[in-house]
Design a protein around this ligand. Structure first.
Ligand code: PMV
Length: 346
């Protein structure tokens, strides 16, 4: 095949409700996770594939218009891992152009959207060479490939509520590929919001990769993995029955447990900030007073995600405007909602 190939995918980020924290082997999670795929926060990746000689990958990576050598080195290692399954990464020179919809260094983890967009693009190029449909097997392969780039990226290949990792309550679940929940969730969970409160734009002091690694020496890790399994069961039940109280209790406990794992690592470290705690406490007071089902979750950083149903939109907006007019708060908001998953633009 001597043709030049093209592909263009837009893939969203996601926020985990049940957190993946700790891995083994080749990106095998130590516990199952469950996330909401976002809509607005996404990565746009175009790939041009030029036929070449030799069997060594030669990616060229442009991030937001500029060649990015550190990313390129990372991607080279990734391509070497996947070249048997996707020979297009060695048979072609790949020119990759990637852009994020969210502001640069907004403090949002971009690996889920970036690696899922890249994995989908690579699977698409291979599909153009081999034929075949963009069917369930195509997306399962993309999820598996995305996982090898970044665990959480495996979930971004699908829209809505997505799980990844083996759990007894979902017989089809797998440690290699993510999948949308195999049942209809209760209608109260069909239109979810995630307002991301950006408190700090600086890069993380401890990378996720290092954080996962530190779970190996964490005295509490086995208990944490058990807790995640238990929370996963309970969250499935809450999603089926429409139980917001249970959803809130589990989601907030998961966020705090993630950060508790950081506090109990060796060496310990702290990614939340005083402002994170202030917002959490104010939010919990607001919930108690208003009776509205709005809760928080955290990623591996200080920023706070507010999760709530569409029915609370106006009230939460009022709350956020009030906080933003109060000089004791300082944050920017990136409003987002649960989305339908990646889109192929070419
Ligand atoms: O996908 P990674 O290796 O960047 O790890 C992501 C870990 C968390 O974002 C903290 C939790 C999760 O499940 O997304």
């Amino acid at each position: 095949m001597s043709e030049v190939l093209h592909t263009h995918w837009k893939s969203p980020s996601n926020i985990a409700l049940i957190k993946y924290w700790g891995k083994t082997g080749h990106q095998i999670p130590c516990n199952p996770s469950l996330s909401i795929t976002l809509d607005q926060a996404h990565t746009d990746t175009r790939i041009e594939a030029l036929p070449k000689q030799g069997d060594f990958p030669e990616p060229e990576l442009y991030f937001e218009g500029k060649r990015n050598l550190p990313f390129e080195t990372k991607i080279l290692g990734f391509f070497q891992q996947i070249s048997e399954r996707l020979p297009v990464v060695t048979s072609h020179k790949l020119l990759i152009h990637s852009e994020n919809s969210f502001p640069h260094s907004a403090g949002i983890a971009s690996s889920a959207s970036a690696m899922s967009a890249l994995a989908l693009g690579l699977c698409e190029l291979q599909r153009q060479l081999d034929g075949g449909a963009r069917d369930a097997a195509f997306f399962a392969l993309a999820s598996d490939i995305a996982r090898l780039g970044s665990g959480s990226a495996s979930r971004s290949v699908y829209g809505g509520l997505v799980s990844w990792g083996k759990h007894a309550d979902l017989p089809e679940s797998s440690d290699e590929v993510a999948a949308p929940l195999p049942f209809e969730v209760h209608e109260v969970f069909t239109k979810l919001h995630d307002d991301i409160l950006i408190l700090d734009r600086s890069p993380k002091k401890v990378s996720s990769r290092a954080g996962h690694g530190l779970m190996k020496g964490n005295l509490f890790s086995e208990v944490r993995f058990k807790q995640a399994h238990q929370h996963f069961s309970e969250l499935l039940e809450a999603l089926k029955t429409g139980d917001w109280d249970r959803f809130i209790a589990i989601t907030e406990s998961e966020a705090l447990s993630l950060h508790a794992m950081m506090l109990t690592s060796n060496p310990p470290y702290l990614l939340i900030q005083p402002e994170t705690v202030k917002i959490i406490k104010e939010l919990q007071d607001f919930r108690q007073q208003s009776g509205l089902p709005v809760c928080f979750t955290l990623d591996a950083g200080p920023n706070v995600h507010l999760i709530y149903p569409d029915t609370c939109r106006e009230k939460v907006q009022e709350l956020l405007s009030m906080w933003q007019n109060d000089s004791s708060f300082s944050f920017e908001v990136l409003p987002d909602v649960m989305g339908k998953g990646p889109i192929c633009l070419k």
